[in-house]
Ligand binder design. Structure first.
Ligand code: NDP
Ligand SMILES: O=C(O)C1=N[C@H](C(=O)O)C[C@H](O)C1
Length: 242
């Protein structure tokens, strides 16, 4: 049994996680939300799971490092400075960061990398995501994770090749670019598709999340796996052995 603390416990994911922790027979250490002392939570947990907001990340990492416990980071909307802070913390404790904790998306990313490696850059890559009306960041963390997978397959730098937020006179698509489009509405838990568009043919790889429990179960699995691991930065393929 693992004692798991949740950062962002009152949110949509925080509530789903409490259910997944109970379902898996683990102990819930309690939650920390805006204004709460995350250090006090870290002191009574074996592992922290963070589904809150990027602004909270620095304090959350400090709490995990000070308590000497690992942390799963599911929060999205992270920028380069956040990733640098994760790398620094991961020198001292085990940190797993991912834009998507589900088994399905982890496998999808693997397939996308393989397809991108096999298909030349005359196959245009476009990533489309749709989420519920309350989502605050775009592109989704998952879309960026899938973009990274495609870029790895192509052996290119995603940041240099991304086309985001097209509007107006954009000019023609750049060869080898990876395009992103975001839709928001209703209660969609998370839909992602990656299209490889060639001359006169298209391949589309899709994942549809039917509810948040898939993310919650994956996060619990990641938390279980992370306890006792050496300091370092990990990702979902490490947990799922993909
Ligand atoms: N990696 C994955 O698989 C998944 C990632 N996510 C990501 O998880 C995050 C949370 O999503 P969701 O649960 O839908 O969002 P919600 O807005 O429902 O919940 C966010 C929670 O974080 C809390 N919070 C906000 N700011 C802070 C802070 N500074 N310190 C501590 N807690 C804070 C909020 O508290 P309050 O309301 O009081 O501000 C709230 O309880 C998002 O970034 C989302 O994209 C979501 C699903 C899956
Ligand atoms: O905010 C959400 O809801 C989700 N966020 C993650 C993302 O940004 O990819 C994962 C999932 O798609 C749901």
């Amino acid at each position: 049994m693992t004692t798991i603390g949740i950062i962002g416990s009152k949110g949509r994911m925080g509530r789903a996680l409490q259910q997944a922790i109970a379902d898996a027979g683990h102990e819930y250490a309690g939650g920390a939300d805006e204004g709460d002392d995350v250090g006090a939570l870290a002191a009574k947990a074996d592992v922290l799971v963070d589904f809150s907001a990027p602004v909270a990340l620095s304090a959350n990492l400090d709490a995990a490092v000070s308590a000497g416990i690992p942390m799963v980071i599911g929060t999205t909307g992270l920028e380069a400075s956040h990733h640098a802070a994760i790398d620094t913390a991961a020198q001292k404790t085990a940190i797993l960061q991912t834009g998507n904790t589900s088994l399905g998306v982890t496998l999808l990313a693997h397939l996308v990398e393989e397809a991108a490696a096999k298909l030349g850059d005359d196959w245009d890559i476009e990533i489309v995501e749709m989420h519920h009306r309350m989502k605050v960041d775009a592109p989704s963390g998952t879309a960026l994770l899938l973009g990274e997978a495609a870029a790895n397959g192509r052996d290119i730098d995603l940041a240099a090749k991304s086309e985001r937020g097209r509007d107006g006179q954009t000019g023609a698509r750049e060869r080898g670019a990876i395009g992103f489009a975001s839709l928001r509405g209703g209660t969609v838990a998370g839909d992602h598709s990656v299209t490889f568009a060639g001359d006169e043919e298209r391949i589309t790889l899709t994942h549809n999340a039917e509810n948040r429990m898939i993310f919650a179960r994956g996060a619990v699995k990641a938390a279980e796996w992370l306890v006792g691991k050496d300091a370092g930065r990990y990702a979902m393929p490490d947990v799922l052995d993909l």
